[in-house]
Design a protein around this ligand. Structure first.
Ligand code: 9MR
Length: 870
């Protein structure tokens, strides 16, 4: 049905072959006179490459606003290399104008098609535009011969002997029916708050989306509507993460506990919220009870997890092919089967991946381990009898019972003695093919295979196994020993096979490919050192370039693919004789300072600010892991600014964001509920439940190349914070996973610990030191003497004392220490001769300074090596 090509007004004249318009230097195409509906999504590549796709023979990328792709040499057919877009609707009998601009680094004819997306590939248009180095516009008019909901636009560019580069822009298909209106999220009131609640004595920030550029009045009302506080917003300009003009509100000064508060500004009233820490106590339990119904290999008891009871998955009962005797994947180089039943399903799929199971189990064990050393931790809150799981009542803290369920699976994934690569861990096990939704675990009919061992998985096992040995020692010494021997064996196997990298393929299960394992080596060495104190592991820690690298704590956060921070955080917090441990602890404080600066600068108070501005898959988890670092800084130092940074930073996850979305099921007025899952698939089958309360959604993902079809259809052109949809089909923005709920539980447990009987926060811990500060003052200046006493049992070997003057005092010069100063903030560090402070001993130093006026207020607190003194 293709009619002869219509030539548009052109500066160079029609070529007679195709409507060729040389664009170079002429600017954009003029708009068509008739505004027929546009059927192509993102034809100008202004919002990345989605929803365009390409064959594995090439890769598209946006270059200078166009989509460009290298076409390899030596393919046979035009269709061996394709760039296309699917789901283009056509209406029979309607006239369409198909246009695009293209260039090639070599003169070449390609195929431009609009066709069925499956056999017999019936075409509506099949053209052979001749491309040259100059960007040329082509235009074709045709009448659709059939109704098609999902036609495909395809540029078939294969078949050349030599490699060349194809560039494409301004793809348009105008005509036909109006496409459905673009997805518009319902973002509710423009005043954005933490819908779950603020601690009464904690920081309280909110964000207003407004066109106003000048400060606006705000009012805080209690549940009866009475105004209890008011103030002025602070304009923040346009936030790049949301492309919104925003103001911030700080109502920290109001501290009366209560429920149902609202904030009003610019004529909009926020969702209601509490000034109470209670919800965080509940969420601590829920976010950890998330794991029980994620378990494989055990019937989920509805009495324990009401609404979530289901038969055991993958225990060898048909149609399951069982996880009790899983063979190596065909052609993968081994020929045995392993019983790898148990463990947790990774996410919304039925796969089980050592490389992700390791970090998940480790962070759960870390929640427990933190409770044994963090000064503000409430150990009882994680004790036996605190969670909803079957092992409750066995005298083991429930969070450890849950972690053990995964640990035992991880141990079972180790290559047995006598086999090639013995001691390494299989990277993962999962279905042969991807399954559809919904599909309860016990109904999965797919064959499942062990995928080959990898160094990354082996080191995950080593790290988690070593931590398991530490935390289980008081409860089950036999299991602790089993964990340690598996960990040591895994370490030796990884050292012997340091570069076995899993391929980046994800058929039937996630890829979890991780080409860089230097961080896993560091993490595993750290955990093994902390478990054993052995010199070999200490050397592996101190020899790792990552040990002293200040940049391991990245703005992008950390996750399964970047585990170095896990090692550093545990080296900083778990007791050991590590030489230079003070520097390790100081490095956590320095990283936390950077995250605090991010929170302070971000108009939504977020601690997540990826350097390229692109929100990654699972951004909520990356954000929460940044808060794990800040919270650890508080545990180390007792400095309240770190605790406040965590309290402010979590607001984003609970609704203080561009979408006005709480990302945790069951928490907040507008909470996510359709996370991608094969068995919490209520959105697809009303007889199935939604995910349990306390389930974190992965959250905004602006890496358009990773998008699922739902994201492609609805989110094109989104600003990063908007690249999210609470739809079960959007695994790239809305999945649930075992590794994401772990930092949610970690941070929530921290927040819950900050709530005292009156609603918190509890008093911060102090270090084993006291500081005496005495100043002689005169108008314009002063001399101060500072004496620091070590009140602990251990000598201090090397010291840095820090403080901030509350007044106008500024440093001049000092003695008996090395000084740095920045405005009112000063640090004084030891010289060679006074680096040691014996238990009960003290050191002194002095300084002269200036001050305007006669007031010389004394610093409120001092730190010794980052820890606040009494
Ligand atoms: O969480 C993973 C994310 O970091 C990766 O970018 C993404 C693509 O490889 O995969 C994510 O993991 C998924 C896994 O591959 C399969 N199970 C569900 C996981 C969460 O979406």
């Amino acid at each position: 049905m293709t009619r002869p090509t219509r030539t548009r007004a052109t500066a160079v004249g029609a070529t007679g072959i195709a409507a060729a318009l040389t664009l170079a230097g002429l600017g954009a195409l003029p708009a068509l006179a008739d505004e027929a509906p546009e059927q192509i999504v993102n034809g100008g590549f202004d919002s990345g490459t989605a929803p365009w796709w390409w064959t594995p023979t090439t890769e598209g990328a946006v270059v200078d606003g166009r989509l460009c792709a290298d076409v390899p040499a030596g393919t046979l057919n035009a269709w061996d290399v394709i760039i296309g877009q699917d789901d283009v609707p056509l209406v029979a009998g309607e006239s369409y104008t198909f246009g695009f601009t293209a260039s090639a680094t070599t003169d070449v004819a390609v195929r431009a098609l609009i066709q069925e997306p499956v056999e017999p590939w019936a075409t509506q248009i099949d053209e052979r535009p001749q491309l040259t180095a100059e960007a040329t516009a082509f235009e074709y008019v045709f009448t659709a011969s059939a109704d098609m909901e999902d036609a495909q636009v395809a540029f078939q560019i294969g078949g050349a002997e030599e490699a060349w580069t194809f560039c494409l822009d301004d793809v348009t298909l105008q005509g036909g029916a109006e496409p459905p209106p673009p997805y518009e999220p319902d973002t509710g009131p423009r005043v954005r708050v933490n819908q779950v609640g603020y601690l009464p004595d904690g920081p309280k920030g909110a964000t207003v989306v407004t066109e106003a550029t000048e400060a606006l009045p705000w009012e805080l009302a209690d549940a009866s509507g009475a105004v209890v506080a008011e103030g002025q917003t602070v304009p923040q300009g346009v936030d790049p993460s949301s492309a919104q003009n925003v103001h911030t509100i700080d109502f920290s000064a109001y501290t009366t506990p209560g429920e149902g508060y609202t904030l009003t500004a610019d004529g909009e009233t926020s969702h209601p919220f509490d000034l109470s820490g209670e919800a965080y106590q509940d969420l601590r339990v829920d976010s950890l009870s998330f794991y029980y119904p994620q378990r494989s290999g055990i019937e989920i008891d509805d009495a324990i997890a009401p609404g979530y009871g289901r038969p055991a998955g993958h225990v060898g009962v048909a149609p399951n092919q069982g996880d009790t005797e899983v063979p190596c994947a065909p052609g993968s180089g081994c020929d045995y089967s392993l019983d790898v039943s148990g463990g947790w399903y990774d996410a919304g799929d039925h796969g089980k991946y050592v490389v992700n199971g390791g970090i998940s189990a480790a962070q759960l064990m870390g929640i427990y381990e933190r409770s044994t050393h963090a000064p503000t931790a409430d150990e009882g809150a994680l004790d036996d009898g605190t969670l909803r799981l079957p092992e409750t009542g066995n005298d083991v803290p429930d969070v450890l019972d849950e972690a053990r369920w995964e640990m035992e699976f991880l141990l079972s994934m180790q290559v047995p003695d006598g086999e090639p690569l013995a001691g390494m861990a299989h990277h993962k096990m999962h279905d042969a093919e991807w399954t559809g939704l919904p599909l309860l675990p016990h109904e999965d009919p797919q064959p499942r295979y062990l995928q080959p061992p990898s160094t990354a998985a082996t080191l995950n096992l080593a790290a988690a196994g070593a931590q398991c040995a530490r935390v289980f020692e008081p409860f089950d010494a036999g299991f602790a020993a089993e964990c340690l021997s598996a960990a040591e064996e895994a370490w030796a196997a990884a050292v012997a096979n340091p570069d076995v990298i899993a391929p980046n393929t994800g058929v039937g299960g996630g890829a979890y490919s991780d080409p860089n394992v230097e961080d896993e080596f560091y993490w595993a060495a750290a955990e093994l050192f902390l478990a054993t104190g052995a010199q070999e592991y200490q050397d592996a820690v101190t020899d790792s370039p990552l040990h002293t690298d200040p940049d391991i704590f990245r703005p992008e956060g950390f996750d399964w693919g970047w585990t170095a921070p896990l090692g550093r955080l545990d080296l900083a917090t778990v007791d050991s004789e590590l030489p230079g441990r003070d520097q390790v602890r100081a490095s956590v404080l320095a990283a936390a300072d950077d995250y605090l600066a991010t929170v302070a600068a971000h108009p939504y108070g977020s601690p997540y600010a990826p350097s390229d501005g692109v929100y990654a898959w699972g951004s909520n988890n990356l954000l929460l892991n940044n808060l794990v670092v800040v919270a650890t800084a508080f545990d180390i130092s007792g400095e309240e600014e770190y605790r406040d940074g965590v309290l402010a930073g979590v607001d984003y996850v609970f609704g203080r964001n561009a979408l006005n979305q709480s990302y945790v099921t069951g928490y907040g007025e507008n909470a996510a509920e359709n996370q991608h899952s094969r068995w919490y698939a209520n959105q697809l089958d009303a007889s199935l439940p939604n995910p349990p309360a306390g389930t974190l959604s992965g959250g905004p993902n602006s890496q358009t190349g990773t998008w699922d079809p739902v994201a492609q259809e609805n989110l094109a052109g989104c600003a990063p914070q908007f690249c999210y949809i609470d739809d079960i089909g959007s695994w790239a923005t809305n999945e649930l996973t075992i590794n994401w709920n772990a930092p949610l539980a970690w941070v929530t447990s921290f927040v819950a610990d900050q709530v005292d009987e009156d609603g918190g926060p509890v008093d911060p811990p102090t270090g084993a030191c006291t500081v005496a500060y005495a100043a002689q003052t005169w108008p314009g200046g002063f001399t101060a003497q500072v004496r620091v006493e070590n009140t602990g049992d251990e000598p201090v070997d090397g010291w840095t004392v820090g403080w901030t003057w509350p007044g106008t005092q500024r440093f001049g010069h000092g003695w008996n220490a090395r000084f740095t100063h920045d405005g009112a903030s000063v640090t004084a560090s030891n010289l060679d001769w006074n680096r040691r402070i014996a238990p009960g001993g003290s050191i002194s130093f002095g300084l002269n300074g200036t001050a305007t006026g006669t007031a010389h207020p004394v610093p409120e607190s001092f730190t010794l090596n980052g820890v606040r003194c009494e």
